[in-house]
Ligand binder design. Structure first.
Ligand code: ADP
Length: 163
C-alpha cells in the first residue's frame, strides 16, 4: 500500500526561535515527509524581531536539516496550511497551561477546517523556555544564552544595541 505524502506546518510567532522550538522541530521532522516552519505575520504589540528577521534566523539554523522549509504567513493558520497542502499542524507542549490553550485551538482548527494537530512534548530542560520571557529578561540585561542558539543570541544583542 502506498502511503500518502504527509506535510506538516509548525506555526508560531518565533519571536525569537528558542532551543525549545528547535527541540520540537527536530523531533517533529522525523514524523513527516516535510515540514514548514510558518512564522505568523500578524501584528503583535510587543514583537521584537520583524517577521523577515525571524525567518532569516530560522533559515540559517535549519539549513542542514533535510525536509524543513521556512516561510512567513498572514491570516488564518488553517487556510495557510490548506494552501500548502499540509494535512497536519505541529505544536509544542511545555506544561498544563499550554495543554489547555492548545486543546481549544486544536479543536477549533479541526472543527473549522478538518485539520489534525500533532503535539510534541518538549525536553524537560526547555519546559520553562518562552520567547516572551526571553525578550523580557534579555531587555533587562539578564543572560539568556542557554535558552537560545548562539546565532539568535548575537542577533538579540545587536537588536538591543549591545554589540
Ligand atoms: P504562538 O504565538 O503561536 O504561541 P510561539 O512561537 O510562542 O507561537 O510557539 C509556537 C509553538 O511552539 C507553540 O505550540 C508553543 O506551545 C510551542 N513552544 C514554545 N516554546 C516551547 C518550548 N520551550 N518547548 C516546546 N514547545 C514550545
Amino acid at each position: 500500500m502506498t502511503r500518502k505524502y504527509v506535510r506538516a506546518v509548525f506555526p508560531g510567532s518565533f519571536d525569537p526561535i528558542t532551543n525549545g522550538h528547535l527541540d520540537v522541530l527536530k523531533r517533529g521532522v522525523a514524523l513527516f515527509d516535510d515540514l514548514i516552519i510558518a512564522v505568523g505575520r500578524s501584528a503583535v504589540k510587543n514583537s521584537l524581531f520583524t517577521p523577515d528577521e525571524r525567518v532569516d534566523m530560522i533559515k540559517e539554523l535549519v539549513k542542514d536539516i533535510p525536509g524543513v522549509l521556512v516561510e512567513s504567513f498572514s491570516g488564518l493558520t488553517v487556510e495557510y496550511a490548506a494552501s500548502k497542502g499540509a494535512s497536519v499542524i505541529l505544536r509544542g507542549l511545555r506544561n498544563l497551561t499550554d495543554v489547555q490553550y492548545e486543546f481549544q485551538l486544536a479543536l477549533t482548527n479541526r472543527s473549522v477546517a478538518g485539520i489534525e494537530t500533532v503535539f510534541i512534548m518538549t525536553a524537560e530542560e526547555y519546559g520553562f523556555t518562552s520567547s516572551t520571557l526571553i525578550r523580557e529578561v534579555a531587555t533587562l540585561g539578564g543572560d539568556v544564552s542557554k535558552l537560545i542558539p548562539p546565532l539568535v543570541f548575537d542577533r538579540l544583542q545587536h537588536k538591543l544595541g549591545r554589540l
